[in-house]
Write a protein that binds this ligand. Structure first.
Ligand SMILES: [Zn+2]
Ligand SMILES: [Zn+2]
Length: 297
């Protein structure tokens, strides 16, 4: 299983600038790909999906599965610039998390993507997308299963703690002749102030690699700097992420959804502190780096 990070930034794209250098960790917003056998899963379509799209165009026509965590801008804004969506020889099965009001999940995804193509937000209408786009319901009575050649992907999902809702995904690559490999995608989630969250524990249990939202420092979260308290904004600190990872028995933690106000040297300092704390518990901790690939298994 190969996990590649196409966008690491939270909230708003953050191109490198003299006052906020971001070249090292990247400035594009959330997008991650998971490749296993002949299957490709795309998690979120923040501005990082533009780079993935360019790579897919170079490789040639294919099908893929798209899973959205939720529809805040930083998770959908790259979709109008995802070139394969404009080509009829690509096909995408697009899944949305269940909506809180009980509406059709599939319709939520379609409506969100169509709206950002509509006037006055974007000049090119949604009907210009010629790829085969299927908007589908995530199963609620068991995991989503995707064949992947000699192996298969089994995908579990659960709601997280975020204003307006957000979903986390546990992607297992199962095969008959190798141990199961597990990647978990937990962005835009606010962990409880103390203890752990049952949903996170279920998803992250024993995982090989867990990506978590660690947007804020404790000072920011509690309001000792910047905007004032950010409690209830739906994001977390690395200390809370590490507490969940340790309890879940996961092996490796990737800190992501970097705050737009955090430059490279700031993130490096956060990573250093988190890494040395993680090492005490046998957990490898890294800050997510745009374009980096992580091989599992
Ligand atoms: Zn976000
Ligand atoms: Zn969000």
């Amino acid at each position: 299983m190969r996990v590649r990070i196409w966008g690491t930034r939270g909230s708003i794209p953050t191109p490198s600038a003299p006052d906020i250098p971001t070249r090292r960790y990247g400035g594009d917003t959330s997008c991650v790909s998971v490749a296993a056998g002949d299957a490709l899963v795309i998690l979120d379509a923040g501005t990082g999906v533009r780079h993935l799209g360019n790579e897919l165009m170079r490789a040639g026509p294919r099908s893929a599965t798209v899973l959205f965590s939720h529809f805040h801008w930083d998770h959908i804004q790259g979709f109008p610039f995802f070139v394969p969506a404009y080509h009829q020889d690509f096909s995408f099965d697009i899944y949305a998390p269940p909506s809180k009001d009980g509406g059709s999940q599939a319709n939520v995804a379609q409506a969100a993507l169509e709206q950002q193509h509509a006037s006055p937000f974007f000049p090119v209408p949604f009907c210009a997308l010629k790829a085969r786009l299927r908007f589908l319901r995530l199963p609620t009575d068991g995991p989503l299963r995707i064949p992947a050649g000699a192996s298969r992907l089994v995908i579990h999902h659960a709601p997280l703690s975020h204003p307006g809702g957000c979903h986390g995904y546990r992607i297992e690559e199962q095969s008959d002749d190798a141990p199961t490999r597990v990647f978990v995608y937990l962005t835009d989630n606010e962990h409880p102030a103390e203890g752990t969250s049952p949903a996170v524990q279920n998803l992250a249990k024993g995982a090989d690699l867990v990506l978590m939202d660690s947007q804020f420092t404790e000072d920011e979260y509690e309001g000792r700097s910047g905007y004032g308290p950010r409690i209830g904004w739906g994001h977390s600190t690395w200390k809370a992420c590490l507490r969940e990872t340790k309890e879940a028995g996961a092996k490796r933690l990737l800190l992501s959804h970097h705050d737009p106000g955090h430059d490279d040297s700031f993130i490096t300092l956060m990573e250093r502190a988190a890494r040395s704390e993680g090492a005490k518990h046998g957990i490898r901790v890294e800050a997510a780096v745009q374009f980096r690939e992580y091989e599992i298994g």
